[in-house]
Design a protein around this ligand. Structure first.
Ligand code: SAH
Ligand code: SF4
Length: 361
């Protein structure tokens, strides 16, 4: 099988060149061509001697995944449906704002964690994305978005908040993060890259040691009884353990706070009493809150909180001195909002996973 060079970070690429009897510094050149300039044709790599270009063209390829569809919302949000083979697709969303442009990247085809309010979770799990499929989402988006009039890249931030649980695809995630941070590739600072997790505690510790980028944690409930129901992985890693992992993460994080995401579900988790419990829960964890109005999808069984409930909830947190943002819904007309990314998942392992969760309960 031909090697896809988009699967390698610079360290792995240097090893690959060594294996070919070439100098490891070639890795840096290649990273620049592939990721900085977005070139996938060896012939265009003019500072690499022709014999080596030919050798590379024989042995390997630079192959991003294929885009099946691109949609652009009235508000400028864009969504790409990316073909990941075998009839499956994942989605990537670009959200333009005044000061930044954020790409919301997927990490898995579906998700095994079955949070009850999430359309990805409802579809079950098919497989992990490869490194080239994860980093390929940046590659494709950059190609499509280009640079602004000042010559800066339009894409300035990445959030691992698309389909899938990034920490359940740990090794590929970390390799992809290395490429995002590499100055020869995308050169993003650790603060501009956020991993969002539903709370896989051991993997949070591993991320802290391997590649501490900004961390967002999908909390969604202030007590174990409620969280067990809406974020079932809580049965395995309950809130006390999750809070301790957040504190440990902050020892190395690029920001001095964790962002807690909290989806606002009408009549479920959005009462003032929930907000007060939340304050107790997080009292030892420096944090900010991001309230996400629930984005409905067919047969979800949930409704979006009323604006006044969100306001009251927010006020309790703000009065206690916390920074609270309420996420604006973007790209609604193209179903690009949080939790609406459906892609196309041919479910393989839902039943297996149910057994695992039952055993863990
Ligand atoms: N698996 C990771 C990252 C992907 S989900 C995680 O759970 O953190 C990104 C965010 O969107 C999470 O906070 C998730 O809980 C939230 N989300 C999922 N479904 C949603 C929905 N229908 N409406 C609003 N937010 C949702
Ligand atoms: Fe998976 Fe995140 Fe959706 Fe939960 S919210 S099912 S962890 S993608």
């Amino acid at each position: 099988m031909t090697v896809n060079l988009l699967d390698f970070d610079q360290t792995k690429l240097a090893e690959f060149f060594l294996g070919l009897g070439e100098k490891p510094f070639r890795a840096k050149q290649l990273m620049r061509w592939m990721h900085h300039f977005g070139v996938n044709d060896f012939e265009q790599m003019t500072d690499i001697a022709r014999p080596l270009r030919e050798k590379l063209a024989d042995l390997c390829k630079i192959r991003p995944p294929e885009v099946r569809d691109e949609q652009i919302s009235e508000d400028g949000t864009r969504k790409w449906l990316i073909d990941v083979g075998a009839g499956n697709g994942v989605e990537t969303v670009f959200i333009p704002e005044d000061e930044r442009g954020t790409l919301c990247v997927s990490s898995q085809v579906g998700c095994a964690l079955e949070c009850t309010f999430c359309s990805t979770g409802r579809q079950g799990f098919n497989r992990n994305l490869s490194v080239s499929e994860i980093i390929g989402q940046l590659w494709l988006a950059n190609k499509s978005l280009g640079r602004d009039p000042k010559g800066d890249r339009v894409l300035s931030n990445v959030v691992m908040m698309g389909m899938g649980e990034p920490l359940a695809n740990f090794d590929n995630l970390v390799t992809a993060l290395n490429i995002m941070l590499d100055d020869s590739a995308y050169g993003l600072s650790r603060r501009r890259v956020t991993v969002s997790t539903s709370g896989l505690v051991p993997a949070m510790d591993r991320l802290r040691d391997a590649c501490p980028v900004a961390l967002a944690v999908s909390l969604h409930a202030p007590n174990d009884a409620l969280r067990d129901v809406i974020v079932p992985i809580n049965k395995k890693y309950p809130l006390s353990e999750l809070m301790a992992a957040c504190r440990r993460y902050l020892e190395k994080a690029p920001r001095d706070f964790v962002t807690f995401e909290y989806v606002m579900l009408d009549g479920v988790n959005d009462g003032v009493e929930h907000a007060r419990q939340l304050l107790q829960l997080v009292k030892d964890v420096p944090c900010k809150f991001n309230l996400i109005p629930f984005n409905p999808f067919p047969n979800s069984g949930y409704q979006t909180s009323k604006p006044e409930s969100i306001r009251r909830f927010r006020d309790v947190l703000m009065q206690a001195g916390y920074v609270v943002t309420t996420r604006k819904t973007r790209g609604e007309d193209i179903d690009a909002a949080c939790g609406q990314l459906a892609g196309r998942v041919l479910d393989k392992t839902r039943r297996v996973h149910k057994l695992v969760m039952a055993a863990a309960a």
